[in-house]
Design a protein around this ligand. Structure first.
Ligand SMILES: [Zn+2]
Length: 76
């Protein structure tokens, strides 16, 4: 058996109640991007961001774009 990681289970997740409007995520919006990047510079998973698949994909694209322009830190 693998040793359990420090992830706490049963935490209330921030699930949006209304339908998502899929807002455009701007790669220049560093305040927003930083909120979805961990301390190690990784993109925060959908489990934690509670974004829909489309928004998470847009976020991923925005973060990768921002990384290329060295606006947010790289990992690895
Ligand atoms: Zn969405």
């Amino acid at each position: 058996m693998a040793i359990k990681r420090g992830m706490k289970r049963g935490l209330p997740r921030m699930k949006p109640t209304k339908r998502c409007q899929h807002p455009e995520i701007d790669y220049k919006d560093l305040e927003y991007l930083r909120k979805h990047i961990s301390a190690q510079g990784q993109i925060v998973s959908r489990r934690k961001t509670a974004l829909c698949s489309r928004c998470q994909r847009n976020l991923k694209r925005a973060i990768k774009r921002a990384r290329y322009l060295a606006l947010v830190p790289h990992v690895g």
